[in-house]
Design a binder for this molecule. Structure first.
Ligand code: HAM
Length: 432
């Protein structure tokens, strides 16, 4: 039997209902903040990622799914969305006209990493990108938006880690100081020995325990920020505090991509082991010019959906709770009548299913149970003669005879009544 590729999972029902719920909540929050959706190709020119994410990063160096197409062009399955969204913005002139431009996108990303808990080769991100404004208010707003999504999804424990990576001038000074510090250190891993001269910032992102130990005494970028970058960062932190956001300054947080300038942040959650970042992002003011575009300040984040779903509570809110009807029919003529009723119910927004295989009533009732039907409509020869069907409420097993003409109205009413009860239950504040 042919199996799925290592690190690439099938997402199956009923779990997919949770994914839909997460995405629906994210979409609702994006709308509140004025974001609109953009959908992009999964394949881009390799050069796009090499130039934006950085040649020295693990992503570009070891993790891209790249191949040469039939015309000899190197293409890559996107390892992230930020570069693609910006490519599309510049290509389609979405940056024109001034003001802030806000876009979000959802979908799969591909990285050839070693699969483990919370780390897949095809994984899913919810991406948020805002362009055109340098003000620290936008950094704060993007972080507040992210936390708003996570809060609505009832993510319990989480920590917001934040740092400023400064502007290119700050980074030049800091890299020189860091490079100097690293040059005399023994025992760095092979990658870091190379990176300490090519791109010392990347050493800060190394996962090796040994390299981390060496870095304990390394200089921190905070001490190299220019006055403007320091003021920008102070304002972001002030705004977060004002809105009650608890954050932890992490002076060694650099993130795994080269394009960040100024604010960089991650949200980590317990229960994920080594892969504890559920979201990450930051400002990337220089990327547009790097890609041949105009000056275009930008800030954004991506939520890792796979990891998020792993730590979200299995809350009943995200269960598949659609009001459902099952039609149990006995005999050819009854099945024919039921089939017509089935279509009518769906026209009235009632989810309905029936048996198409002529099974016994007992077998059909057990299917209704398995589907967790709210009501079952039973139609046999007698019901056809009486022009009435048996309607059984599965919550209390109450059964009544209702004329065919009145069944749809009856079920619409039952469905509405259920929805009202649920709304009241959901409004009840959670016990403290
Ligand atoms: P990133 O930190 O590389 O940032 O990825 C964001 C999130 O995607 C991570 O925090 C993690 O939850 C999830 N993720 C990454 N790799 C994997 C994997 N192999 N398996 C499962 N989940 C994974 C970015 O991608 C940036 N483009 C974020 C950004 C948007 N910055 C500015 N705008």
């Amino acid at each position: 039997m042919i199996k799925a590729i290592r690190g690439m999972r099938d997402l199956l029902p009923p779990e997919t209902a949770r994914w839909q719920w997460v995405e629906q909540v994210a979409r609702e929050v994006f709308v509140l903040y004025g974001y609109r959706e953009i959908r992009l190709p999964l394949l881009e020119r390799t050069e796009l990622f090499a130039r934006s994410i950085g040649a020295d990063t693990d992503i570009v160096g070891k993790e891209m799914y790249s191949f040469t197409d039939r015309k000899g062009e190197s293409l890559t399955l996107r390892p992230e969305a930020t570069a693609s969204v910006l490519r599309a913005v510049l290509e389609n002139g979405l940056d024109k006209g001034g003001g802030v431009k806000k876009l979000y996108t959802l979908g799969p990303m591909f990285r050839y990493e070693r699969p483990q808990k919370g780390r897949y080769r095809q994984f899913y991100q919810i991406n948020c990108e805002a362009y055109g404004v340098e003000a620290p208010e936008l950094d704060a707003e993007v972080i507040l938006l992210l936390l708003n999504i996570l809060k609505r999804l009832q993510l319990g424990e989480m920590r917001l880690l934040i740092n400023s990576l400064g502007c290119p001038e700050c980074q030049v000074k800091f890299k020189a100081a860091l490079g100097l510090f690293l040059i005399s250190r023994e025992g760095l891993c092979e990658d870091c020995q190379r990176r300490r001269t090519t791109n010392p910032l990347r050493v800060l992102d190394c996962k090796s325990v040994h390299c981390k130990e060496i870095l304990k005494d390394a200089p921190v970028i905070r001490d190299y920020l220019c006055a403007d970058c320091a003021a920008h960062f102070a304002r972001v932190l002030e705004l977060l505090s004002r809105f009650g956001v608890a954050y932890e300054e992490q002076p060694r947080l650099v993130r795994g991509l080269d394009y960040y300038t100024r604010t960089a942040f991650e949200v980590v959650a317990p229960g994920l082991g080594a892969q504890d970042a559920v979201a990450g992002g930051g400002r990337y003011n220089g990327l547009s010019q790097e890609l041949g575009g105009p000056v275009l300040p930008a800030v954004g984040f991506a939520i890792g959906e796979d990891r998020l779903l792993e730590v979200l509570p299995r809350d009943p809110l995200c269960q598949d709770r659609e009001f459902k009807v099952f039609l149990a029919a006995l005999g050819g003529a009854a099945r024919d009548r039921a089939f017509a009723l089935l279509q009518e119910l769906r026209q009235h927004d009632i989810a309905a299913e029936m048996d198409l295989e002529g099974r016994s009533l007992k077998a059909q009732m057990s299917v209704a149970d398995r589907l967790r039907a709210d009501c079952v409509i039973i139609i046999g020869e007698k019901e056809l003669t009486d022009n009435k069907a048996q309607v059984r409420d599965m919550t209390d097993a109450h059964q009544q005879s209702i004329s065919f003409a009145g069944i749809v109205d009856h079920l619409v009413m039952v469905k509405e009544r259920r929805a009202n009860v649920e709304e009241i239950l959901n409004q009840t504040p959670a016990p403290r």
